[in-house]
Design a protein around this ligand. Structure first.
Ligand SMILES: Nc1ncnc2c1ncn2[C@@H]1O[C@H](COP(=O)(O)OP(=O)(O)O)[C@@H](O)[C@H]1O
Ligand SMILES: [Mg+2]
Length: 249
């Protein structure tokens, strides 16, 4: 569904934010893309979604090279970016209506589609309130609804639960699980909540300084890092792997 091959980004100032990164996301995966701040996660996502040109390497979505098929790929992917603006004066319903229209949902289906989305993210009761009165959790759920307005097969979520309280985190987690299990949508997610990722994901990549430290099945990762026979949590493995500093103590 999503492959990167030696994907590299060197910014204009010479900094290499993503360094020969190769990952494989299969259809139906919930794929956790993990790494400390500054690891290059958002940069990678911007290249996958065609917002940023890579310096070298390739990205393929559903067998098509990003960059050569920008429009087709946009239709296949739904994105919840790291930071995004909302039209605060609109209601949640108006907001989704606007994007359904923009993404070419047929006019006679928009109303039904918007109702379905509001229901899915638990905003049906609040659909006519202005977004400026929404809590952060409600805004993130609306963002998630917007990301799936055109029924994409792959959704990319950049820290969807950042800044949410435990209930808000739980809500998002449940919606993601339902999208994957009920609709078969492939999910690519970054998050610092490792317990959340541990529960949600079947495959993961752990990155640091733009490089892959580990990539693959979560169950195999856990097998590999057993400590005297005991299975460790993903959180434990992550800290173990990313805590090792090169030349810094
Ligand atoms: N436009 C830019 N120019 C130069 N360096 C950048 C730019 N954007 C991000 N970086 C740097 O690239 C690294 C990776 O950033 P980012 O992809 O946002 O990481 P993450 O999302 O994993 O926290 C950071 O060190 C960041 O400072
Ligand atoms: Mg980021």
């Amino acid at each position: 569904m999503l492959i990167t091959n030696k994907l590299t980004k060197r910014y204009d100032n010479g900094y290499i934010a993503v360094n020969k990164l190769s990952i494989h996301v299969f259809k139906g995966d919930v794929y956790g893309f993990l790494g400390p701040n500054g690891a290059g996660k958002t940069t990678t996502i911007r290249m996958i979604t065609g917002l940023l040109d890579q310096t070298s390497g390739e990205v393929q979505v559903d067998g098509m090279e990003v960059g050569k098929h920008v429009e087709e790929i946009r239709r296949k992917i739904g994105v919840l970016p790291e930071s995004h603006g909302y039209y605060l004066w609109m209601s949640g319903r108006e907001y989704l209506h606007f994007f359904a229209n923009m993404y070419g949902v047929p006019k006679n289906q928009i109303r039904g589609r918007v109702d379905e989305l509001l229901e899915r993210v638990g905003l049906a009761q609040k659909s006519n309130e202005r977004i400026q009165h929404y809590s952060r959790g409600m805004k993130q759920r609306l963002g998630l609804a917007k990301a799936i307005v055109h029924s994409p097969r792959l959704i990319i979520l950049d820290e969807p639960t950042l800044g949410l309280d435990p209930q808000g985190q739980r809500d998002i987690q449940i919606i993601i699980k339902e999208l994957n299990e009920q609709l078969g949508v492939t999910i690519f997610i970054t998050s610092h909540l490792l317990r959340e990722i541990d529960e949600l994901c079947n495959r993961v990549a752990i990155v640091k300084n733009g490089k892959i430290l580990e990539e693959g099945w979560l169950s195999e990762l856990k097998d590999k890092y057993r400590e005297s026979g005991e299975m460790m949590s993903l959180e434990h493995i992550f800290l173990e792997l990313t805590g090792k500093e090169e030349g810094v103590s």
